[in-house]
Design a binder for this molecule. Structure first.
Ligand code: ZN
Length: 499
């Protein structure tokens, strides 16, 4: 660190902010994995206090003064400048919301996930609609406070997940997916090609699946001295710092579910484990955005994990673990099965080709909700119509339709596009990587180190010092370009389905 008196004075505050963040992350992890059901009520109180302390600290007069002093200092290093900028932006976003409103929103969303879960279970959208209306109104109010002059509300929301992306750039992105992938998918489903995948479902003992999960996480580079693998209802990754990164998975009778979710979460984890020591525990010590994070997980899940070359050295391990189920299944059959395309209703179970179409329609619907005042009551109908139009399937009820995702109940509008952007970022990075190394040969030899090193050097090591757009420009020499993604998908699935 450079010698800046102002930054030195700010440091204890930064450390407190980091400690509060870490504590909240740990509570979040605990709630999803080990905490008993009845703990939630009291724990919510504790979390409320912690987030209040965080709010006071970040928006407090002392920090504000120190930030002003830091901005005038010339001795700041690049890293220090980045931290000051990040803290200032965080404070500005928080302080435009009155403390009462902030607390009210936290309370609203604290209970809303439960209302949503019940509504989903009982297939009762009407019981969730009033809460959703309140959340949407609150989010719009918050966005209007955060908006720069003339900025559209949905653009504010999008920017909070992916800096530098707005409706204009996302319209272009999704237009190209709509134009290219919808007719391609139609051709594919009409080709009549059937891929057998029945052998992926059956009685796969959980203990054995756990053993495989550990094996594959380690094989990809997950360091169990700095990480944990646990079970939760929905797989996720969380990180306290670069010496403590945690992933979860869920085991079912579909053996590929836990397998690919572990590969996916390991991709997220490698990003966080690749954050350098000087960045970790600072405000810049994490992945730069939702989209870039998702690019890392999807890169490992799809470009690596569903690559025929990847399975050459490790398919034997699968057969050894499940001789009854997979002993008679060839590697080629297995690889085809894990790449099958099947347009369905549920986003989290979608295949690689149709996944981004699930996102595209959510983007369109969010835009209608935020910018065009679509009535919440009309959501189930709009949702079902779009599924029918894009994917050729229509939900029979709202549980498998508009109620399937938790995001809106948490107030996360603008989050969904990150998933599709992630896949597209991954394809652009992959195209660049292939110019520099023979990925297939490396995979066939089980040599993943050069692949990890490429990502560490070009993506992971910067934490939040660069935005996703800057990273793409610096690595690939061009701005975000969705063509790579479309080409990648058409080439891969065109050859798999012979179309
Ligand atoms: Zn993910």
């Amino acid at each position: 660190m450079g010698k800046s008196a102002a930054f030195e004075d700010l440091t204890p505050y930064l450390e407190k902010i980091s400690a509060l963040n870490t504590t909240q992350v740990l509570f979040g992890w605990d709630q999803e994995t080990l905490a008993p059901k009845e703990a939630a009520g009291y724990t919510a109180g504790t979390i409320g206090i912690l987030s209040g302390l965080y709010f006071e600290l970040v928006t407090g007069a002392k920090v504000k003064k120190l930030l002003q002093r830091c901005e005038k200092e010339e001795a700041l290093t690049e890293l220090q400048k980045g931290i000051v900028k990040e803290l200032k932006e965080t404070a500005e976003k928080l302080e435009c919301i009155p403390a009462g409103e902030y607390k009210e929103f936290a309370e609203l969303t604290a209970g809303s996930a439960r209302v949503w879960a019940k509504a989903r279970q009982e297939n009762d959208f009407a019981s969730f609609a009033p809460v959703l209306k309140k959340i949407l109104a609150a989010q719009k109010r918050i966005a209007s406070r955060q908006a720069k002059k003339g900025q559209k509300l949905y653009d504010v929301m999008l920017d909070s997940y992916e800096k530098g992306f707005d409706m204009e750039s996302l319209d272009t992105f999704f237009d190209s997916l709509r134009r290219e992938l919808i007719p391609f998918l139609k051709k594919l489903t009409e080709s009549g090609v059937q891929i057998e995948d029945g052998f992926l479902t059956g009685d796969f003992r959980e203990e054995k699946q756990k053993e495989l999960a550990r094996f594959f996480a380690e094989y990809l580079g997950f360091d169990f001295n700095k990480g944990v693998l646990a079970v939760s209802a929905h797989p996720f990754t969380t990180n306290l710092h670069n010496h403590d990164v945690r992933i979860t998975t869920a085991y079912s009778d579909h053996v590929d579910d836990s397998l690919f979710s572990v590969i996916h979460e390991t991709g997220h984890a490698l990003y966080e484990l690749g954050i350098p020591d000087e960045l970790t525990q600072t405000l810049l010590g994490t992945g730069t955005s939702m989209g870039m994070h998702e690019s890392q997980s999807r890169f490992f899940e799809n470009m690596i994990g569903r690559n025929p070359a990847f399975w050459k050295p490790v398919y034997g391990k699968m057969q050894e673990t499940f001789p009854e189920q997979l002993g008679g299944v060839s590697r080629e059959q297995f690889v085809r099965a894990v790449n099958r395309v099947r347009p369905g209703l549920i986003r989290t179970r979608a295949d690689e080709l149709t996944y981004s179409l699930h996102i595209m329609l959510r983007y369109e619907i969010e835009k209608m909700l935020v910018e065009e005042n679509l009535e919440v009551e009309k959501l189930p109908q709009v949702w079902a119509d779009k599924y029918e139009e894009y994917l050729g399937v229509r939900p029979r009820n709202d549980s498998e339709g508009v109620l399937q995702d938790i995001h809106w109940s948490q107030g996360s509008f603008g989050y969904f596009p990150s998933y599709a952007l992630g896949s597209a970022f991954a394809a652009q990075l992959y195209a660049c990587m292939r110019k520099q190394m023979d990925v297939e040969t490396l995979l066939e030899h089980g040599d993943l180190a050069p692949i990890r090193e490429f990502l560490r050097k070009n993506v992971h090591q910067f934490g939040k010092l660069k935005t996703s757009r800057q990273i793409l420009r610096d690595v690939t020499g061009e701005d975000f370009n969705p063509d790579y993604y479309v080409e990648y998908l058409k080439e891969k699935y065109g050859s798999l389905y012979g179309i």
